[in-house]
Ligand binder design. Sequence first.
Ligand code: PGA
Length: 240
Amino acid sequence: MRIIRTKDYAEASAVAAELMAAQITLKPDSVIGLATGSTPCGMYANLVEKCKNGLDFSAVTTVNLDEYVGLPAEHEQSYRKFMNTNLFDHVNIKPENTHLPNGMAEDPEAECVRYEALINSLGGVDMQLLGIGHNGHIGFNEPSDRFVCDTNCITLTARTIEANSRFFSSADEVPKRALSMGIRTILRAKRILLLITGTDKAEILKKAVYGPVTPEVPASILQMHPDVTLVADADALSAL
Ligand code: PGA
């Protein structure tokens, strides 16, 4: 794992955007895996600026890590809406080349199979952006006694529901389930860009990078991937 230490969130966002832009410049038809959450917002803002300055998304395809079950695309808190608002509406990507699991699918299990097959049909992910949850989750792969391999329907933990309730008027409104790429789906990406900032992530980052590889800390599996670049600010690295 390469670790790039930045002084703060703004610099981490700029560096991560630079790495993503380099991927797109070197391979204009890249398949990029994207993530939601507070952390990547600054990076997406940087990518929007880069697009205004010539970075070309016209041949790029994106696949997002996850989506809530039961939220329609136009819901303010759906991840489709987040991606449209933060990135897709402001760059020259073709809407039909942007993919998320369909949280409204009548049969969530069948939707997981479809999404996994879609990623395979695209030839896999060239660069996957990841954040990390306070409990070590990647995508919505929560701590467990085994690594879940393929795209799957996940029951969120109380910790994740609590963390995500800041975007809803109450914790009761947070969907209890989500569709998420599995651990094997994520690990198949050729390159992984892990973006982590803030003191509240310092302890879990230490466990993920230096602790034992265990499904209790899903992000620890990234120690097994041959091409991970961690971009983290000084706060997130403060426990290392
Ligand atoms: P955050 O979420 O960027 O909002 O902290 C990260 C995650 O849960 O993966």
